[in-house]
Design a protein around this ligand. Structure first.
Ligand SMILES: [Mg+2]
Length: 242
């Protein structure tokens, strides 16, 4: 059961609430695992001999190999994934148009499954509450979820990704892009996320406030404290009221 959200008010010092997505609005690991499995199954179906040489267990090693070969792509999960697919196809002797067509089909299959997320029970009520209070809502994700496909795009005034910006959190460039999209001073922006390093430390370095979604109640290092933290999103609108 979701706890009822206590009556919150809009914080007069905050205009924009910007969200992380993965593990903040839904649990990401089961989704990526299922999407990866679907992608490997699709490649197995499409590409002769693929299943004999590759399976999803090899993914982390292949990804690490591509990261080392293409360090400039490290911020882009989409570009990296596409490169890994290319590498596997190349190793089977496939290049050119046919390989490109298989890559597109396999990536489309991944993308379809990647957006089959189950929102945390308190995510939508919390977003509706913030919207009603008059906050401007935004997104910056290091991942490649598609909010239109997930069905929650209508809550957000703008959506940014590391793929699109060319920098990932906690880089200053990622937070500079958030500030630009928000169109207000950094201190009037609250960044909400589950990662202490990416979300809390990154936001603080950029002069933003932070809300740490900390379901496991991990200890917070003293060097940088979040402005707010909770085990659940349901508490967010009331906690950030003051
Ligand atoms: Mg996250």
């Amino acid at each position: 059961m979701t706890k009822p959200i206590p009556a919150p008010v809009k914080n007069p010092n905050l205009d924009v609430v910007c969200f992380d997505l993965d593990d903040t609005l839904w649990a990401v690991d089961p989704v990526i695992e299922a999407a990866n499995a679907a992608m490997f199954a699709e490649l197995g179906r499409l590409v002769p001999g693929f299943a004999k040489h590759f399976d999803a267990e090899q993914w982390p090693a292949l990804r690490a190999e591509v990261c080392a070969l293409h360090p400039t792509l490290v911020h882009s999960v989409t570009a990296l994934r596409r490169q890994v697919i290319s590498l596997m196809l190349e190793r089977l002797g496939h290049q050119g148009e046919q390989a490109q067509a298989w890559l597109e089909q396999a990536f489309a299959c991944f993308r379809q499954a990647r957006n089959q997320v189950t929102l945390f029970a308190d995510a939508e009520p919390m977003l509706q509450c913030l919207q009603k209070l008059g906050y401007c809502l935004g997104v910056f994700s290091n991942g490649n979820a598609n909010l239109e496909a997930i069905g929650i795009a209508h809550y957000f005034d703008w959506v940014l990704s590391a793929d699109q910006v060319g920098a990932a959190k906690p880089d200053a460039a990622a937070f500079a892009a958030i500030e630009q999209a928000a169109g207000c001073a950094a201190e009037r922006i609250l960044y909400v996320g589950d990662s202490y390093q990416h979300d809390v430390v990154g936001a603080a370095a950029a002069g933003m406030r932070s809300f740490w979604l900390n379901p496991q109640q991990l200890p917070c290092p003293a060097r940088c404290q979040p402005d707010y933290q909770s085990q659940e999103l349901a508490q967010l609108p009331s906690l950030i009221s003051y």
